[in-house]
Design a protein around this ligand. Structure first.
Ligand code: F6P
Length: 345
């Protein structure tokens, strides 16, 4: 294989995020320019591998996509290893292996979050030459200090919190803002600290409504005219509608303070990536192409201590990176009087 021209496939799977196109461009351009590979885009994640839905990626197609949000390849949440009643569990993986061979692929780059890296690992164990590229606004992929998409989401959420400050101050209200993050509260923690949130509730720190209420009443007694409460969507499993709406209702009920909620939603996932995300996605993409050239398969590119490296997919698959109780930003917040709902200063 050493001298033969390699043919590689790239797919994006799972929820989209800003920076995927920068990563596709990073893989594709490096593969074409540096390593003289042929590059095939697989459409709509693992669905495209099942249906052989592909587009040839050349330098023209890869130009002008660096700043674009979303993914030019499309994405889907299809999980080929998910057991579906009445279906042979081996059918989809077998078809993927067959199509991989028929499409003449020598390697496959899977851009995605935890679910995608898990699938990537299983395909790698079946003998495909797979490289993982971590992405998600949630920043919860195991094995890397950060994922692209996160910086942009934090920027958007912080901007929203900044805007809530002025209207909260005018009306002397409690403003609750719900940001994304089902299991991991990275967006809540970072945008909460960057936006000067008074209360930050994240899934990793169990909260008590009485503590939150006491913190807000104490601010009111100290003549602080308004308060900002940042809530990760995953803190309240019992909330029928949304965690933000639930928390706002409870604050109103317990404290009597005038309270409003804002659910930020998919705005956090859309639009152009920040420069930091463009750079990280480009570095990840270029490194993925290099790993293929070096035939270092079954690995995921990662950032550790500011340095690009790779980790075995086997270590990553099925895990999630949560905020630890001794996280320095949580500690800094506590020392400045931020309430995380578990104790009140
Ligand atoms: O991309 C991660 C994430 O944004 C989660 O925080 C969020 O709950 C989820 O995706 C929702 O995405 P979808 O509705 O596309 O499944």
């Amino acid at each position: 294989m050493a001298n033969a021209k390699m043919r590689i496939g790239i797919l994006s799977a799972g929820g989209d995020c800003p920076g995927i196109n920068a990563a596709i461009r990073g893989v594709g351009k490096t593969a074409i320019v540096e390593y003289e590979m042929d590059v095939l885009g697989i459409v709509n994640g693992f669905s495209g591998l099942l249906e052989k839905d592909t587009i040839e990626l050349n330098e023209q197609i890869l130009s002008g996509i660096l700043t674009l949000g979303g993914t030019i390849l499309g994405t889907s949440r299809l999980k080929p290893y998910k057991v579906v009643e009445g279906e042979d569990p081996a059918a989809k993986p077998e078809l993927i292996k067959k199509n991989y061979r028929e499409m003449g692929l020598d390697a496959l780059v899977c851009i995605g979050g935890n679910g995608t890296q898990k699938t990537a690992n299983l395909l790698s164990k079946e003998g495909l030459n797979v490289i993982g590229v971590p992405k998600t606004i949630d920043n919860d992929v195991w094995g890397t200090d950060v994922t692209f998409g996160f910086d942009t989401a934090v920027y958007i959420a912080t901007d929203a919190i900044d805007r809530l400050h002025t209207t909260a101050n005018s009306h002397k209200r409690v403003m609750v803002i719900e940001v994304m993050g089902h299991q991991a509260g990275w967006i809540g923690l970072y945008s909460g600290i960057a936006g000067g949130g008074d209360v930050i509730l994240i899934p990793e720190i169990p909260y008590s409504l009485d503590t939150v209420a006491e913190c807000l009443m104490e601010r009111s007694r100290k003549k602080k005219p308004y308060s900002i409460v940042v809530v990760a969507e995953g803190i309240e499993k019992m909330a029928k509608k949304s965690a933000g709406a639930f928390i706002a209702k409870q604050i109103r009920k317990i404290t009597g303070l005038e309270t409003r909620e804002t659910i930020l939603g998919y705005i956090q996932r859309g639009g152009s990536p920040t420069p930091a995300d463009r750079i990280l996605a480009t570095r990840f993409g270029a490194s993925a192409a290099r790993l293929i050239h070096e035939q270092n398969f079954g690995t995921m590119v990662a950032l550790k201590g500011g340095v690009i490296t790779s980790v075995p997919l086997d270590e990553v698959g099925g895990k999630i990176r949560l905020i630890q109780p001794d996280n320095p930003l949580v500690e800094k917040g506590r020392h400045m009087g931020v309430c995380f709902g578990d104790c009140c200063l």
